[in-house]
Design a protein around this ligand. Structure first.
Ligand SMILES: [Zn+2]
Ligand SMILES: [Zn+2]
Length: 212
């Protein structure tokens, strides 16, 4: 579990070009720094960002505010960027972040993914992957998609809240095979994705940024 101060320190240690700009007494901490985003042809796009970490971070719902200070291209609300340059961080992958576990580093990785999607959208006119709607609608869209990939009998088990069906019983899909010989692996992966949405993309973007 990461505390607020720890999360900020870990982030600044990981992102060397970022700096702490301001610490309002008892309020938000403001950080500023760059984000390098790879476009669809591996060209780099440099953004300057500000992240305001709310006082109650990392508790649930205490989303940091991300504002684009400088952008190499125009990004509109359809790319989840508001008029003031504020990023809509409620897109489904970001929404799934467990701040207490992943801290600001995990959050920032989602911001990079988010920006990369926006850049590709601005250049190509199409999102890579689904074009999520805003906030809760988008989260629902994402989850419905994940659930719909399974046969009816299994769909309710995609939500991790329910617990896995017993290993040695018939698979709820109706195949008359034991769960572990049928949908077990697939179901486990989907349950993880439900929580860890975007994780694989996150790692991929990270690795590619490191290589440059
Ligand atoms: Zn949005
Ligand atoms: Zn099955």
């Amino acid at each position: 579990m990461v505390g607020r101060q720890e999360a900020i320190e870990a982030f600044l240690a990981a992102e060397l070009r970022w700096r702490l700009v301001r610490e309002d007494g008892g309020g938000a901490t403001t950080l500023e720094g760059p984000a390098i985003i790879l476009g669809p042809t591996d060209k780099q796009y440099l953004f300057d960002l500000r992240i305001e970490v709310p006082r109650s971070f990392p508790s649930r719902g205490a989303d940091p505010v991300v504002v684009i200070l400088k952008s190499p291209m125009k990004l509109g609300m359809n790319a989840h960027v508001g008029g003031s340059g504020a990023l809509c961080v409620q897109m489904p992958p970001a929404h799934e972040i467990d701040y207490e576990r992943e801290g600001l580093v995990g959050f920032f990785q989602q911001v990079l993914i988010h920006l990369r999607r926006a850049v590709i959208y601005a250049l190509v006119g199409k999102y890579p992957g689904p074009a999520y709607a805003h906030a809760e609608a988008g989260q629902k869209e994402f989850r419905d998609e994940l659930v719909a990939k399974f046969p009816l009998g299994l769909q309710r088990f995609v939500q991790p809240g329910l617990g896995m069906p017993p290993d040695n019983q018939w698979c709820p899909c109706g195949s008359k095979r034991r769960l572990h010989d049928c949908h077990k692996a697939e179901l486990k992966a989907a349950r993880a994705a439900y929580v860890e949405a975007g994780g694989r993309v996150r790692v991929a973007v990270r690795e590619r940024l490191k290589k440059k």
